[in-house]
Structures are given as C-alpha cells and as structure tokens.
Write a protein that binds this ligand. Structure first.
Ligand SMILES: *Cc1c(COP(=O)(O)O)cnc(C)c1O
Length: 403
C-alpha cells in the first residue's frame, strides 16, 4: 500500500471550497478519483521489527482501526484543513466527540462552567455524568457575560457552550467568554454544530476546542452518524488521542467515507439552506398567526449585533411560536406535507420538531421555562427544497392549525 497525501502541501493556499473537495486525500497505487474506503480492522507488517517500531511510535503507519484508519484519517485531515486547527480527531457520533473531549481533559476535583442552553445529551454529560466522576458543574445563562465570571471557581478547568443554542438560537459571545476562561486558566469547548464550520470559526475568536456532530450538516443527507473534535496538537496528543485509543469511540471507516463526500458539497448546501431559511424567517415574521420568530439573521433577534460580529451567515434553523399552545403546535406539525416531523437537523429534507415534547421533554417544566421554551414553540431545520414550496406548506399548515 503506497497511499500518500496528494497533492502534497498545497492545501494551505486553498480556499475552503477547494479544501473540502481535495483536502486530505490519500490516493492508493490504483489512482482512484474518489477517496478509497478502507474497510479493515487491522494492518499487516513487513516484519516483526516493523510491528515493534509502529507500536513504539518510531515509524508512521497504521496498527489497528480503533486507533486510526486511512479513510478516517482523510476525513480528519479534511475537517482540520477547513477549521484551520492544528489537529482533528473523528468519533463515532457527535456525543462521542463531546464526551471524549471533556472526559479526556477533566479529572475528579475539576469544575466545568456550561451554558444551560445545551443540546439535551450535552447537558446530561455536564449536569449528570461529570458529577458522578467528581467533576463539578455550574450551569448558567450563557448570554450573560457576568454569569460566566461569577461561576468561576479555583478548580474551573473548562467552559462549555453551543452557539447558536438549541432551540432558542441564543448566542454566546465566544471572544468575551474565551477571555474570561483565559484569565481563569480554563479551556473553552464550543459545540459548533448549529453554526456549521462554514458560518462560524470559534478558534479565531479565542476558543480552544471545537466539537461537531458530523451527523448534521457535514453528512447533511440523513445517512450516518459521526463526530469530530478539533484543537491544538498538544490537546489532542496529551489528552484526546490516548482516551480515544483506549476507550474506543472510533468513527467507522464507512461513515468516514460517506462524510468525506458530504464535506465536498457542504458549502453549497449550507448556503442554499441559509438562503431558504432567511426567506422563511422573513415570511413567518410578518405572518399574523406567528407570535415570534427566532433567527440570528433578523434585525429583531435579541443579539443581532453579536450574530453580525461572530458569524458569517445566519444559519438554517428557524424557531418560531404559534398562537396557542401544544394543541395548536401539534395540529400544525401534523398538517405539514413537505416538511417532515423529526428531531434531526441540517438535512437536505426540511425537518420540524416540537422541542417541549421531544428534545427537551427530559427537562422539568421550570427548566424549560428558564430556557424560553414554550408549548407553542417549534424548531424548523430548513432543507434544500424550493423555498416557495416550503412557504406554501407552512402557510397551509398554519391555517389548518388555527381552525
Ligand atoms: C446532534 C447534536 C449533538 C450530538 O450529535 P450526535 O451525532 O447525534 O451524537 C450535539 N450537539 C448538538 C448541538 C447537536 O445538534
């Protein structure tokens, strides 16, 4: 096997779209156009000496696909080039990425400060799981800079948040929060799923670790699960890699191969979805039966100025509230013909969910109220369909729901 990086070294000069098509490609002796899918658990060695050298890390090369695999390496390198990070590691899912990034770094006696508006499973990791292993956590309102400062303890080692947050699309000021973390000696972990790597670059605003669920926009076509963690070489070498190698939340080579193809079309998909989302947000914003629209690209978003400063696009999620409560929201969802009911997001298909009874049903009603999630709220992940078709579908279902 003579797989080698191709073309060599020039990726640094490439714009993101070019990196996403060619970056990280390892071409075998067969000269295949598309990235090869290496479905193998292990690797054979030329000699016992070579096996020894690989295990001692004295010679580059693969040993076992739980540690590394060429198709997964291609995915990691392509995401790394896009993000401009020193290092990237892929994981089986977005949650494997979150859990591995945090748990590889933290030890009993440490403390995490996290925004309380977190993806449900992320909130479980910091609120329920970490404390079981002696890692304390404080959940705060991530939009409140003073709250981050006030939550710091002498043992605070990590700040964790997502921006925009699910489902209310609240933003966290990455630069301001990173500055507080720096002074506290804590690392900043950002779940950048909602923004996608196309619209927000947390490392440039001072964050230390960026986490993705590749399941969402990177696949973008509803096929497989995956995750990625990006950070400094030091973070990956000293903490993450050994944790991944020994505990095993590895990305499958097949999924890496699908996700590599997803990366090729990521910029054009995200752009088309954002354009659709903006049109839909503006349409809903002037709809008499819609009582509120949350969309970072609109002037009436409470943090519109921060969105302008921190993001290069507004995202493809639109959250809105209907007149009424759960009954109206359910009637609306059930009347949709094109938009499908699903808690997933970032897909080519437009997907809608009722957060209070799905993604956030685990929370107590008071906790939901604290996050601004009401029974009349729905979260729409805008897909690649024709915007006029989507608007007609939404309008018809709103009428049906208010009857
Ligand atoms: C989906 C999602 C995750 C978890 O990703 P999986 O691939 O489903 O494990 C984490 N954070 C956010 C913001 C997400 O949307």
């Amino acid at each position: 096997m003579t797989a080698k990086p191709e073309p060599p070294a020039s990726a640094a000069d490439w714009a993101p779209a070019t990196r996403l098509v060619h970056g990280g490609t390892l071409r075998s002796q067969f000269g295949e156009t598309s990235e090869a899918l290496f479905l193998t658990q292990g690797y054979v060695y030329e000699s016992a000496e070579q096996a020894e050298a690989r295990f001692k890390n004295e010679e580059p090369g693969y040993q076992y696909s739980r540690f590394a695999n060429p198709t997964v390496s291609m995915f990691e390198e392509r995401v790394r080039l896009l993000e401009g990070a020193e290092a990237c590691r892929a994981t089986a899912t977005g949650m494997a990425a979150v859990t591995s990034a945090l748990m590889s770094y933290l030890s009993a006696g440490d403390h995490v400060v996290a925004a309380r508006a977190l993806f449900g499973s992320c909130r479980y990791v910091v609120e329920d799981l970490a404390p079981r292993f002696g890692v304390g956590s404080t959940l705060i309102d991530g939009t409140d800079i003073e709250a981050w400062k006030a939550a710091v303890q002498p043992n605070t080692k990590a700040f964790f948040f997502e921006t925009p947050a699910n489902p209310t699309l609240d933003l966290v000021d990455i630069a301001a929060v990173s500055e507080i973390a720096r002074q506290a000696g804590a690392l900043v972990f950002v779940d950048n799923v909602f923004a996608t790597p196309m619209l927000q670059r947390p490392l440039e605003h001072g964050a230390d670790v960026v986490i993705y669920s590749a399941t969402k926009h990177i696949d973008g076509q509803g096929r497989c699960l995956g995750g990625a963690v990006l950070g400094t070489q030091k973070f990956v070498d000293d903490y993450l890699s050994v944790f991944l190698r020994q505990t095993g939340p590895s990305m499958s080579p097949f999924n890496a191969w699908v996700l590599l193809k997803g990366l090729e079309t990521l910029p054009i998909r995200v752009k088309a979805q954002c354009d659709n989302a903006r049109r839909i947000a503006d349409h809903l914003g002037q709809h008499p039966a819609v009582t509120g629209v949350l969309f970072p690209g609109r002037a009436d978003h409470p943090q519109a100025e921060l969105a302008q400063r921190q993001m290069t696009g507004c995202g493809q999620i639109v959250t809105f509230t209907l007149n009424g409560g759960k009954d109206e929201a359910f009637r609306f969802l059930n009347a949709l013909k094109i938009v499908r009911i699903s808690n997933n997001l970032g897909d080519a298909k437009s997907l809608i969910t009722h957060p209070a009874t799905t993604t956030h049903q685990r929370l107590k009603p008071e906790a939901r109220a604290e996050l601004g999630i009401c029974d009349a709220m729905v979260r729409l992940s805008v897909g690649l369909e024709d915007a006029d078709d989507l608007i007609r579908d939404l309008d018809r279902a709103i009428s049906a729901a208010s009857q």
